[in-house]
Design a protein. Structure first.
Length: 172
């Protein structure tokens, strides 16, 4: 088991730094992600506020939506793995209830924070990370996959990839 300092577990992360984990295949060029979306070139820079969510049409990818800047409210790129700083997990309860009533998927859960890195590769994280996930049929919140307990704190950085949100743990 591991401890979480200030919220039940501990993180190895320094503000304005990386996750101290090799990030394979970064697609940022000089701190900028450039993507052609619907024939329009869109850019988003490292440090910009973003909303990251699973792409429902291509579940192996996450959509990166600009939270501010010239492309505010628009998708600016897609990736298999995204590092988000100062993350917050959001679930729209109204949209979740619509999923339950209609038995149809819709985007209603997000990781909101500041873009740090983006990759087209799923990262090999090993056992040094723990996973948070979300299932609207199971709960109205993100929860730790191994314990089922609600996620009450994420620390300073997460990696969003595969089926979840990954946080570096430090055994004590």
């Amino acid at each position: 088991m591991f401890q979480i300092s200030e919220c039940n577990f501990s993180y190895e992360y320094k503000k304005n730094a990386s996750l101290h984990h090799p990030f394979k295949g970064s697609v940022l060029s000089n701190g900028t992600l450039e993507s052609s979306i619907s024939g329009e070139l869109r850019t988003i820079n490292r440090g910009m506020k973003v909303r990251v969510y699973r792409n429902l049409n291509k579940p192996e990818f996450f959509s990166i939506l600009a939270h501010d800047g010239p492309y505010k409210g628009k998708v600016c790129g897609y990736a298999r793995s995204v590092v988000v700083l100062e993350p917050k997990l959001l679930v729209s309860e109204a949209s979740r209830l619509r999923v339950l009533n209609q038995k149809r998927r819709n985007v209603h859960s997000y990781v909101v924070g500041y873009l740090d890195d983006v990759s087209d590769f799923v990262q090999d994280l090993g056992s040094e990370f723990c996973e948070a996930t979300y299932n609207p049929y199971r709960s109205s919140f993100f929860y730790w996959r191994d314990t089922g307990e609600p996620v009450d704190c994420l620390g300073s950085a997460v990696i969003v990839q595969a089926a979840g949100v990954y946080v570096r743990k430090v055994t004590q």
